[in-house]
Design a protein around this ligand. Structure first.
Ligand code: ZN
Length: 61
């Protein structure tokens, strides 16, 4: 019995479809990956560091 040894190391690098692209900053239009909140009405977009309003922060979350 000749075993058909297909020893292909399956490349497991399936390109992940970016589930969610970061929303743009309302100030500088750069992608916002996270919101830093230092108070109820004080929010900063990261990594650009722009200060954004409460409603804007809520929209970006
Ligand atoms: Zn910004």
């Amino acid at each position: 019995m000749s075993e058909h040894g297909t020893d292909d190391s399956a490349t497991d690098s399936s390109p992940r479809a970016s589930s969610r692209s970061p929303p743009p900053c309302p100030r500088c239009d750069r992608p916002v990956v996270r919101i830093t909140s230092t108070g109820p009405d004080t929010h900063f977009a990261s990594p650009c560091g722009c200060r954004i309003g409460r409603l804007e922060a809520r929209k970006l979350r």
